[in-house]
Design a protein around this ligand. Structure first.
Ligand code: PGA
Length: 263
């Protein structure tokens, strides 16, 4: 993901969010993912292990197409923030990207879109790419508020200095995360299209240049169907990224789907 040319929209991104999972012994999974990927750069691949494994994981994948990122960072560059990490710290450990605004942080750490925007600014200033997450809850979808909630989160979470080169958006309906449920292909397409239009209007970029990932219960069983969707530029995978075999199966589905972009 840190290869600027790799951010072209035509390249799908498969990102694995390990959340609070993984001990040093689990670096074997990253080694197996690296071996399975080989030298192919047909799709972009990034793994976001817990902060304790960033340094070792980054060393492991050095020189390979697999990138390593962090799951969060603080907006401030340094200071009295016990237990937190700055963008410079995770970059120094070997991260080239950072996930921001995941719903588990929005809900569990009271992170507002305003804070996420500050974090994204700090990350971009430090030279980290951002994957900014957003998505509606089950109740918001049931109340017909999914579009307005996501549009508001997008407007408030993405800083002005973002561009398709340094920022990726991940649409992750909260009710789809870890639940085995996922939206219909039509619902994913219409939400991605809405987000893309909004980004195109705000940043005056060709609307097609932004990469918008889908996340929420992506597995080897449904990855091909999700990635076939023209509006989907990749996937953010939680549970199924913890195991090399299932993550590699999703990468294989992305490689297949990326053939649709070939001339
Ligand atoms: P899941 O998580 O794939 O386990 O549903 C996705 C995410 O939270 O990014």
């Amino acid at each position: 993901m840190n290869d600027k040319s790799s951010m072209a929209k035509s390249k799908l991104l498969v990102a694995g969010n390990w959340k609070m999972n993984g001990l040093r012994a689990d670096l074997a999974q990253i080694e197996a993912i690296k071996a399975g990927v080989g030298t192919s750069r047909a799709v972009d691949i990034a793994i976001f292990p817990p902060a304790t494994l960033i340094q070792a994981a980054a060393a492991l994948v050095e020189g390979s197409p697999v990138q390593v990122g962090a799951q969060d960072c603080r907006p401030e560059p340094a200071g009295a923030f016990t237990g937190d990490l700055s963008a410079a710290m995770v970059k120094d450990a070997g991260a080239s990207a950072v996930i921001l605004g995941h719903s588990e942080r929005r809900a569990g750490h009271c992170e507002t879109s305003r804070i996420i925007r500050q974090k994204a600014s700090a990350a971009l200033k430090t030279g980290l790419e951002s994957i900014i997450c957003l998505g509606e809850t089950k109740g918001e979808r049931a109340a017909g508020l999914a579009s307005s909630v996501c549009a508001r989160q997008l407007a408030d979470s993405v800083p002005d200095e973002s561009s398709p080169v340094n920022t990726v958006i991940a649409y992750e309906p909260v009710w789809a995360i870890g639940s085995g449920l996922s939206p219909s292909a039509e619902d994913i397409a219409s939400m991605h299209s809405l987000l893309r239009t909004q980004l195109g209007e705000r940043f005056r970029d060709a609307r097609g240049q932004w990469r918008i990932l889908y996340g929420g219960s992506v597995t080897p069983a449904n990855a091909a169907a999700i990635l076939e969707n023209d509006e989907v530029d990749g996937v953010l995978v939680g549970g199924a990224s913890l195991n090399a075999a299932s993550f590699l199966a999703i990468i294989a589905a992305a490689r297949e789907a990326s053939k649709r972009c070939e001339p």
